[in-house]
Design a protein. Sequence first.
Length: 109
Amino acid sequence: MRIYVMPNINDLIYRSDFRPTKDNGILVDIVDDNCEVTDTQGEQIPGTLPGQLTTVCGDVHITIRMLEGDVDLDCTITVLDDQALAFRYGSHLGLQLYDRWYDLEPEVV
């Protein structure tokens, strides 16, 4: 049995720590509760045991990452991404042209 997990991108892009930079990522834990699964309607999923139990029971740890350099979030890096970054090249905090989303330099700690 496979379970597909799709992140809600609209929720992710508004997080302050989630940008298309190097080493980005958000860790998500899906905790299994009593080995029971259902579909979105609450019906039993084919392949599960009686009582909607799964044969394998365990938690899942998923890291959701954004493609580095994909500033328009279409899952490909194209000339449109390059142009958007090039337009803001050289801008820094304090300039009106600066936008943190397009700043792909790693954070200084």
